[in-house]
Design a protein. Structure first.
Length: 124
């Protein structure tokens, strides 16, 4: 009986030590994840055909020097406009394009798998 109690106590202690060690190891190796994000503002939000619209914003979790690209929603598909820029020190960027099609147009800015919320521009 005494031997069985010692074995159970030793087993319990071993499990506790292994659990504590594994938890500590996991906490030490698990990096803090910071999701990348992009903000965007259009200026002006109402334009005439042929007028230049500027898109500017900030990034978070995207390194300076990384490329950002402007996309336009066309019939539910995001089409790249081949307007790109680099993220500057201070995590800012700026893009510009001329708008031609009349009506409400939706734009967003992307970098890799990260994209900004949609911004609307009305062309009158």
């Amino acid at each position: 009986m005494y031997v069985r109690a010692r074995v159970l106590a030793a087993s319990g202690l071993a499990v506790a030590l292994l659990s504590a060690g594994a938890g500590g190891a996991m906490a030490a190796t698990a990096p803090l994840s910071h999701a990348a994000s992009i903000t965007v503002k259009a200026s002006p939000t109402t334009a005439k055909p042929g007028q230049t619209v500027r898109f500017a914003g900030r990034t978070s979790g995207i390194r300076p020097g990384a490329s950002v690209m402007l996309q336009m929603d066309k019939s539910g598909k995001w089409i790249p406009l081949h307007v790109d820029s680099k993220v500057k020190k201070g995590d800012t960027y700026a893009l510009a394009t001329r708008v031609h099609m009349k009506g409400s147009q939706q734009f967003r800015v992307t970098s890799g798998q990260t994209h900004s919320p949609t911004v609307h521009v009305t062309v009158q």
